[in-house]
Write a protein that binds this ligand. Structure first.
Ligand code: HEC
Ligand code: HEC
Ligand code: HEC
Ligand code: HEC
Ligand code: HEC
Length: 227
């Protein structure tokens, strides 16, 4: 301890507690700023990180018509929608475009067994609880929260994912639920669905039917999303 007395004059001892508090709180304050102030969840509609391989949802889900659940195969059963392992891609890419430079990182991952380092796009803070199965099996389509992923070359965040945004649908889910069989059909609309139009007089009737059929009453209790 003694040698610090050469560096700091005596009066600085009185400052020490203040400095300690600042040193302790400063980083915390900065972390909070980063978390709440600059988080992509609160500000970055349009957040679009660069991925290790130029994987296109427009190509795979849109043009080739591969169902979302072929790759995100836990989305109906679990809270998390799994990002597919390299093996899922290799079901096709051991044959298709296997020499393409666009697949270099994928081929390396396959050869070494190291998982792909996909960059997360959507990310709620840990204190918020979210469940895919609770929505997808009740007829809330991916498109309500993620937009037209099947038209995106690069996945982009479409909604704020803020608490107010969640609650706006929990308060008024009427027009935003459909037949659960159609949740991965992102281009679906009542107008384009001849069978629905035969059965129901209006989109309102259609949506009301699915709301009542599944007894949907999304909760606004704090403990639903903060547990
Ligand atoms: C052939 C496999 C495949 C199919 C089919 C597929 N995805 Fe993906 N998806 C991926 C991969 C790989 C990623 C991670 C890389 C990226 O973000 O582009 C991803 C990322 C995502 C993300 C962003 C995840 C994050 O980090 O927040 C969303 C949302 C998503 N997919 C939704 C969908 C929807 C909706 C469909 C159906 C319309 C679909 N996906 C079809 C493979 C697929
Ligand atoms: C069901 C088969 C299938 C699966 C599964 C699949 N792909 Fe593809 N992928 C294709 C086809 C077909 C093309 C080429 C389309 C074309 O060139 O017209 C393609 C093209 C690509 C390309 C562009 C290649 C180039 O040379 O430009 C990339 C990158 C790619 N896929 C990545 C992936 C990744 C990553 C996964 C796993 C998440 C995946 N694919 C899963 C069928 C598949
Ligand atoms: C009610 C809104 C909502 C619906 C509907 C929805 N998602 Fe999500 N999705 C989210 C939110 C919120 C996150 C971020 C979750 C987190 O950070 O914990 C997310 C994250 C993801 C991720 C990244 C992995 C994960 O689970 O964090 C993928 C992939 C994804 N969604 C795919 C899909 C697919 C495919 C569908 C339709 C079958 C779908 N989502 C339907 C809101 C939704
Ligand atoms: C487009 C409409 C919509 C959006 C957006 C939405 N939800 Fe929901 N949510 C629903 C519906 C519908 C249900 C099912 C209610 C039921 O089963 O009665 C539900 C159910 C839930 C449940 C399950 C409750 C339980 O009892 O298990 C949780 C948790 C939840 N939502 C959290 C969230 C969070 C967090 C967000 C925002 C990130 C969100 N929701 C955004 C419509 C939505
Ligand atoms: C339908 C889901 C849902 C319900 C219900 C809900 N919250 Fe939240 N809450 C969230 C999500 C998601 C976030 C994270 C938002 C973000 O990242 O900006 C959040 C964030 C918060 C925050 C952090 C500050 C902020 O605004 O971002 C507080 C505090 C909070 N909630 C309190 C509450 C209280 C109190 C209630 C009950 C009156 C409640 N929440 C009900 C989903 C919900």
């Amino acid at each position: 301890m003694g040698r610090y007395h050469y560096v700091f004059p005596k009066w600085s001892n009185a400052l020490l507690p203040t400095l300690c508090v600042l040193a302790a709180v400063g980083p915390l304050y900065a972390a909070l700023l980063v978390t709440y102030g600059f988080s992509p969840l609160t500000t970055d509609i349009g957040y679009q990180p660069v991925q290790p391989v130029p994987f296109s949802h427009h190509m795979h889900a849109g043009q080739l018509g591969i169902d979302c659940r072929y790759c995100h195969n836990t989305v109906e059963y679990a809270n998390k929608a799994a990002i597919p392992p390299t093996q899922t891609c290799m079901n096709c890419h051991t044959q298709i475009h296997k020499e393409s430079p666009n697949l270099t990182a994928l081929n390396e991952s396959y050869a070494t067994g190291m998982p792909m380092q996909w960059v997360r796009v959507h990310d709620l803070p840990d204190f918020a609880y979210f469940s895919h199965t609770a929505h997808v099996t009740r007829g809330v389509s991916c498109v309500e929260c993620h937009g037209r992923i099947d038209k995106m070359e690069v996945v982009t965040q479409q909604e704020t994912l803020s608490m107010g945004w969640c609650l706006s649908c929990h308060r008024h889910p009427e027009m935003r639920v459909r037949d659960p069989k159609l949740v991965t059909d992102l281009g679906w609309s009542f107008e384009k669905d001849d069978e629905a139009k035969r059965q129901f007089d209006s989109p309102e009737d259609y949506h009301e039917y699915w709301l009542n059929h599944n007894n949907l009453a999304p909760s606004q209790d704090c403990s639903t999303c903060h547990r």
